[in-house]
Design a protein around this ligand. Structure first.
Ligand code: FA5
Length: 341
């Protein structure tokens, strides 16, 4: 006669206690729940049980089976969470003064973050688009409801070419072309390098990356926008991030918002990376202005949409704990070798 159910249960918990790696959990699963497993064996024993007792016996075995399944699953989830914590702790130990051990090249932290965000949005049905760095005035400003001489242009001074073209100041410059290319409904993100003629400090560069996203469909509202932003941030940081939304003005959205996250460098206390405010402007966003939709050939009677302009460079700084934005363009290999993947 084999073990009783109670003995089997006790033996299982003893072994589960000792298991701590993925293979060990899998071994336990096979041992108890596999085709030839011990609990599966109990069910196969059914024939030897008194017919009037079978129902009760079957229910007990099934309950044990479920209990064992759930316990293994819980331990796997706990192990996974611990692993993730260690991973986050390891990537956040960014220190420019560490000696370089780099022998081969590595991806730039911005590339790493860009790919991660791309994957998240791709999994939510967004396509990933590419767009020029040199654009014309129409695409960078006028198609975005910023006519010539509009004061909003002052916030985005850039570098002009002799032929009147310019280096794009924001990824919004691609909105019009992408609307015209695909029409509605539409879900797309477009990462890109942006340029502004402004003085640099710990959180401003003249060359930086943004990632724009637009979603146009019937019945799109601010709730959709907030949902996508929150999902993206919690996936990127793998934990809950404090976010605040305040009104923000951009001529190409109505209403418009500034989405800030609590500064992860100082924990919200205030430091040079967040201009001592404890908050970091990360992702302005809003509902696309009807004039912008019309310029993109979208039927405004039928469709609405949201747009956001994520500061990809700042996201990389927060994710990896990089205190000064200027390190990222410095070409100093010491600042890169901590990201080899
Ligand atoms: C814009 O560029 C708008 N196009 C964003 C937008 C898109 C609004 C769609 C509404 C709808 P802003 O100038 O605030 O907005 O820049 C957006 C983000 O880019 C900032 O939050 C910041 O994270 C980043 N950014 C802007 N300027 C710099 C800079 N000089 N250095 C580094 N990052 C910057």
């Amino acid at each position: 006669m084999g073990m009783t159910m109670q003995e089997l249960r006790e033996q299982f918990y003893e072994k589960l206690q000792q298991a701590n790696a993925a293979e060990a959990f899998e071994e336990l699963r096979v041992r108890y729940l596999g085709k030839k497993g011990e609990i599966t064996g109990l069910l196969k024993n059914m024939g030897a049980i008194e017919p009037s007792m079978r129902k009760e016996y079957g229910a007990k075995v099934n309950a044990l089976k479920e209990e064992v399944e759930n316990s293994i699953k819980k331990r796997i989830e706990e192990a996974h969470a611990r692993e993730l914590e260690l991973k986050i702790a390891a990537t956040e130990r960014y220190d420019l003064t560490l000696p370089s051990t780099l022998e081969t090249g590595s991806y730039h932290p911005i590339t790493l973050v860009q790919r991660e965000v791309e994957q998240i949005f791709a999994s939510m049905g967004f396509t990933i688009e590419d767009y020029d760095e040199i654009v014309d005035d129409y695409h960078c400003f006028e198609a975005l409801n910023i006519p010539k001489h509009h004061p909003a242009r002052d916030m985005q001074d850039t570098y002009y070419l002799d032929n009147g073209q310019l280096l794009k100041t924001h990824t919004s410059a691609a909105q019009n072309a992408i609307m015209r290319k695909y029409g509605a409904p539409l879900r797309a993100i477009f990462p890109g390098r942006c340029f502004r003629n402004e003085s640099t400090d710990a959180c401003h560069e003249n060359t930086f990356f943004q990632m724009e996203g637009i979603m146009i469909d019937e019945n799109i509202s601010i709730s959709n926008l907030i949902y996508f932003m929150k999902t993206m941030l919690s996936e990127v940081f793998q934990r809950d991030i404090k976010v605040r939304l305040r009104p923000g003005f951009f001529p190409f959205v109505e209403p418009g918002f500034e989405l800030d996250i609590s500064c992860l460098i100082c924990g919200g206390e205030g430091c040079p990376s967040c201009k001592n405010s404890g908050w970091l402007e990360l992702c302005p966003c809003g509902m696309i202005h009807p004039n912008v939709l019309k310029a993109g050939g979208i039927d405004t009677e039928k469709y609405t949409g949201f747009a956001f302009g994520l500061g990809l460079t700042r996201l990389a700084m927060m994710k990896y704990g990089i205190k000064d934005i200027r390190d990222l363009n410095s070409g100093n290999l010491k600042s890169l070798d901590q990201f080899v993947k």
